[in-house]
Design a protein around this ligand. Structure first.
Ligand code: 13P
Length: 262
């Protein structure tokens, strides 16, 4: 009964045509030597060809990884600004990323929100600007532990998504990463049920507040202590279309996570 239910869910997802997408967010980690080791296990794979794989690389190594990564792995920046060029010391523009062949950017990560004080509004502006310059965006949202315990999870993720919806009309190059802050780097993964509950509620919200087409087609990744051990069950949930992986993306088990749906 259970297995026929999950088979039906899989069929339904395939019908929606949402390709599984797994991102590795390296954050501020890696030296050239470590990066070469990561590139070796990515090359050795094998990586499921039905999964889109993207690695989020520290800015200084973007060009190196772009040049040396296998063709089935795409490269993302971990941030970029909302201007073409100018007096913005320390920032990167979407034009620079495109110039070196980088097609993806991660925006709105909770570390950018919390440590660097990025607001919903700024993140939405950056998402819109990156899209208008031809980048694809992994837009991150998620509640803190305090917000979850106060029963505000949905309110928070809807608010964060609404801010983006105020500035973005075409969602075809957006992947949403739902990353509960309390699960990031803590080893405390959301249970598959907890994650699925938020993904489903978010998809329904998108259906009502953006459009049913966007709700059906947009891919929603889960992020927060995803490992080679928990990825299969998380990845079998109907509304989980991939992962954004931090710590485990630096290790060979990332290959297992990419292949979670196999
Ligand atoms: P961890 O997988 O290390 O919990 O990090 C998740 C994350 O923040 C990915 O963007």
């Amino acid at each position: 009964m259970e297995s026929s239910k999950s088979l039906n869910e899989c069929k339904c997802r395939l019908a929606m045509g949402r390709k599984f997408v797994v991102g590795g967010n390296w954050k501020m980690n890696g030296t050239k030597q470590q990066i070469n080791e990561i590139l070796s296990f990515l090359k050795a794979g094998p990586l499921n060809p039905d999964t889109e794989v993207i690695v989020g690389v520290p800015a200084v190594y973007l060009d190196y990884v772009k040049t040396n990564s296998p063709a089935n792995v795409e490269v993302a920046a971990q941030n970029c600004y909302k201007a073409d060029k100018g007096a913005f010391t320390g920032e990167l523009s979407p034009i620079m990323l495109k110039d070196i062949g980088v097609n993806w950017v991660i925006l709105g990560h909770s570390e950018r929100r919390q440590i660097f004080g990025e607001s919903d509004e700024l993140i939405a502006e950056k998402v819109a600007f990156a899209l208008s310059n031809g980048l694809k965006v992994i837009a991150c949202i998620g509640e803190t532990l305090q917000e979850r315990e106060a029963g505000k999870t949905e309110e928070v993720v809807f608010r964060q998504t609404q801010a983006i919806a105020n500035k973005v009309k075409d969602w075809s190059n957006v992947v949403i990463a739902y990353e509960p802050v309390w699960a990031i780097g803590t080893g405390k993964t959301a249970t598959p049920q907890q994650a699925q509950e938020v993904h489903k509620a978010l998809r329904e919200w998108i259906g009502k507040n953006i459009s049913q087409d966007v709700a059906n087609s947009i891919r929603i990744q889960y992020g927060g202590s995803v490992t080679g051990t928990n990825c299969k069950e998380l990845g079998s949930q109907a509304d989980i279309d991939g992962f954004l992986v931090g710590g485990a993306s630096l290790k060979p088990e990332f290959v297992t996570i990419v292949n979670a749906r196999q």
